[in-house]
Ligand binder design. Structure first.
Ligand SMILES: Cc1ncc(COP(=O)(O)O)c(C=O)c1O
Length: 340
């Protein structure tokens, strides 16, 4: 079955497959003490600067939860958006593994603002309340929107002024960089981000995400936290080689560019139908739309995608690095034949 459900449904990019195959030769030291890991960490330093600490884990939930847990006591709280992945889609792993309260606050198109955070910051030092320690934002957001560099800098400044840290869930950070046409440093290193979960899986890798700490003093304990968190890959070379390939010749940006372009193309094609309403700005690789409720199951017989909000018949379509125009056109034809 074809899908427009998620970039998680996409296959592995051929160059990543090649990288996996290329490193599949002979013995190599395990647990990350290998030349491939060294080389891919170097690649991360090339794009994010020298003053970082990088660790690889298997998946995005682990990247989020374990990276934040390095800074948290169970009496702390994490401020995040009400629609964030850490709040809705990690089965309570952040709460279970950090012991912390998640304070989910109202968002607009997936983004949170300083104003909406302020009212949760009245209880510093008050022993009856959880103590906010981390603000977590998602870039690009769960609704396919992006934070501008200045918005991230403002949030980071606000965090630091209040003795908090800024975590960015960058499962789709490549899509944001492409949309903003910026240097990734503009929305991370130079914007004051403290912790980043850098996505690989949604952007062409088979598995693997990177945890990046933007301060050499951060992350000193992370190797223990990762091991306790059961995310230390013994055959680390197979994550590292994928990242090395992804960060070579800008493959990470090229993949995200295709993905973003296809989302815009899909949205524009859907705009041809007066009864379909695009509901969120298209700034990354997701298209949210209200579609007549009676045709959703019929389209789903041919294409898998998620109904996001059943009450208003809002669905999410998502594109990936290997979505093609032809595939979009075929999909739109199915929609047209069913509905009109
Ligand atoms: C915004 C966001 N963060 C993190 C993740 C990571 O999830 P996983 O643990 O499934 O790799 C996802 C996966 O869909 C996501 O959409």
């Amino acid at each position: 079955m074809k899908t427009f459900a998620s970039d998680n449904n996409a296959p592995v990019h051929p160059l990543i497959m090649k990288a996996l195959s290329d490193v599949n030769l002979g013995d190599t030291i395990s647990y990350g003490d290998d030349v491939y890991t060294e080389r891919s960490v170097k690649k991360f330093k090339e794009i994010l600067g020298e003053n970082i600490n990088v660790f690889f884990v298997y998946n995005g939930t682990a990247a989020n939860v374990l990276s934040m847990s390095s800074f948290l006591n169970s009496f702390n709280a994490i401020i995040c958006s009400d629609v964030s992945h850490i709040n809705n889609d990690e089965c309570g792993a952040p709460e279970k593994l950090t012991g912390c309260k998640l304070i989910s606050i109202p968002s607009e198109n997936g983004k949170i603002s300083i104003d909406s955070m302020k009212k949760y910051l009245h209880s510093f030092g008050f022993e009856h309340h959880s103590q906010p320690k981390i603000v977590s934002i998602t870039q690009s957001t769960e609704f396919g929107t992006v934070y501008q560099p200045s918005e991230i800098k403002d949030i980071a400044d606000f965090c630091h002024k209040n003795n908090m840290l800024l975590h960015v869930d960058g499962a789709r950070i490549a899509n944001a960089v492409v949309t903003l046409n910026c240097d990734i440093k503009d929305i991370t290193t130079n914007a004051g981000v403290d912790i980043l979960s850098f996505g690989g899986t949604k952007n062409g890798m088979m598995f693997g995400e990177a945890v990046v700490f933007f301060n050499k003093d951060f992350g000193a304990n992370f190797k223990y936290i990762r091991k306790q968190g059961m995310q230390l890959a013994s055959k680390m070379r197979y994550i590292s080689a994928q990242f090395e390939a992804l960060l070579t010749d800008n493959l990470w940006l090229k993949n995200a560019e295709i993905s973003n372009d296809m989302a815009i193309y899909l949205a524009n094609r859907l705009k041809e139908f007066p009864s379909i309403k695009i509901t969120k700005p298209i700034e990354a690789n997701a298209v949210f739309a209200i579609v007549p409720g009676n045709i959703i199951p019929k389209i789903q017989e041919k294409y898998f995608f998620y109904e996001w909000d059943e009450e208003i018949s809002e669905v999410r379509f998502m594109t990936s690095f290997c979505t093609t125009k032809t595939e979009v056109d075929e999909f739109v034809k199915v929609v047209k034949d069913l509905a009109f």
